[in-house]
Design a protein around this ligand. Sequence first.
Ligand code: R5P
Length: 285
Amino acid sequence: MKVICTEKSQILATRLARVQKTTVIDVKYSRFPDGELYLVTGELDNETIIVSSVVDNDALVQLLLLIDACEDSEIRLVIPYMGYARQDRQDRKGEPLSARAVARAISRGVSECITVNIHEPNVLRFFGAPARNISLATDIGAYVKTLGLKDPLILAPDEGALAFAGEVASAGEWEYDHLAKTRLSGEQVTMAPKALSAASRSVVIVDDIISTGGTIATAASMLYGQGAHDVHAACVHGVLTGGAYVRLMEAGIRDVICSDTIERGCSKISAADQIAHALQTRAKQ
Ligand code: R5P
């Protein structure tokens, strides 16, 4: 068994290969003058673990090409970050269910799929191969422990992320809560922890994704307004689009922590061990 990856998942793929005591197959990537992507792989094994975060459209096309190139091998597909997974419902006639379109496309010809903190677990049903999801919540909790914060309050940005916050908080048996919005007027909305107080506390806001950073930056400003001592942000997938990192720092966030499902300067947690653990068992057919 060997590991192979698309261009933007090299670090995680290498870490996973080390844990699996195997190697990463070399892939040469290039682009035709018209912009079309091309790749050629080194020698394949009978079983291939493809590691590929769908971070953008090029990564998606590279993944489709890689699956095709590996067709003579048994493919176990690891999708650390699945772009398009947030487009998980059709609100208007004529709209695609983009999560389904991507899930169907990338699972053709693979024997199983493993996702990491997929935004909406319901999306797993769209894969054309057995698919399961793993969570890095406990790894985030373990990392938060290393920050040495005194009795931190773990906060989800909304009720939907409360269970995730609870899993993070279990690492240190910390208190956790979610932010609730109160509308003060037509334009004015305030956000505060639903049940607990942030006053004089270290707060860690945790979410599956930080994209524009808008949600967490707004929450941080409000929490400081409510007397929070220091505010940190942790997520699995640091999409960090546009000036998200700057926006978070400007809002007074002390640390931005994310994993290597998307390879960033602030990727302080690796998904490699959890993925290796998941690979020890096979998906039920
Ligand atoms: C949404 O449901 C996700 O869980 C995140 O809360 C969202 O993607 C964060 O977006 P942003 O960083 O753009 O506020």
